[in-house]
Each structure stands twice: as structure tokens, then as C-alpha cells.
Design a protein. Sequence first.
Length: 220
Amino acid sequence: MALQHLPAPIRERLLIEIYQQANDLDWEFLSNTEKTNQYRRWIEDPKVGGVLLSYGPEKDARVWIKDVPMKEYARAQEGIGSYVRYAVNRFQGPEEIVRAACGSGWVMKSDSVGEKPNHCYAIAGDGDATRYVCWGRAGNFRDLVWAALNEAIDSVERPAIVITTRNGETVSTAERTRQERVAQRCGADLRYLHREMIPNPDYLGAAGGGHGPSQPTLVD
């Protein structure tokens, strides 16, 4: 049986196991070398590779881990996509980004979330205005600027860029100064938001539901 046709219960068990381990490893902070080593460990892990190798060769098992669970891991942590329920911890979701970018009088437009880069549209409380909002880490600033610039050309409202950080990440004063100048030149508003991971309220293993979210920190 090909790996793309894994039985649903086995596939779900693998996703839960891999995401649990990725959470314990703080995957997003691993170097490329450390991630490569971890893919090898997953192949050697009886609970992961030991299962996958029953359904296909090692090269296919490695590709499956990269292209199925881990390709979606960052999006799941953002509260986006169909893999959210496998993430042990995640951010609060696009709604907190909209509040940081536009203020409390704006809400996220339903079904407007997209990626490359992460983005959505925000609607003013009175429904008379719509804004494009994109967000990501400082290392993705170039992609965020390009996306905002393309929106600014055709939009009445100024697009907004939100640079997000989490514990262990900072943006230097010099870098922020330059980012702010670039955003201003491109006709976009720029905000900085420090976020903390929260226990995922949608997590499959969360007995009785999740915990209430803590508040993100909007950095002026």
C-alpha cells in the first residue's frame, strides 16, 4: 500500500506522534542540520519510521514526513489549515494579528486567510473599509513587503505588515528602523507583535478542551 493511502487511524497516530516530538524539540528554532538529523531519527524511531516502513521504502517514508506533517507544521502553529488539531501548542490565530495591525474595531474577514506569506483581510466594524494584513517573522520581511506593495497599488486602505516574534526572538533597533523606513516608502503600516504559544484548544489530546489564551504583546 502506498504511503499516500495510509489507513486513517495509522496516519492520525503518526501525525500526533510527530507533532508531539516536534513540539518537544521546539522545531522552529532548530538549525537546518538539526532538522536533517531529526528526519533520520524519525526514520529510526519504531513509532514513526517503524510504522511507515511497513507501507513503503525508506526514501518514500522520509518524503512523507517532510511533505505531509512537517510541511504543514508552521501553518498549524498559526492556527491555519487542516492540521491545526495535531499541534500541541499554537498561536491564537489570525484574529490577534488583525487586532495588532488595525485595532479592536476591526475583525478578520471570514475565509480570507492565505499563505506565502500568511495573510488575511480585515473589515472595519461598520463594514465600510477592508484592509490587507500580512504577517511573519523578521526573516520574511522581504516577502511581506512585496505582498503589501502589490496590495497597496490597488487598495484604497493602507495594507499592514505585522512582524511577529516569540520567546527567544528579538528584532534589533537598527533592523526595526530600516524596516519602518521601507514600509513607509511602500505605503504600508508596520507593527511588531510579540506572541506566546498557548495550549492548543483544538488539540486531539486535550481532554476536556484547551486553556484560555494569554494576551500577546503589541510592541509600539
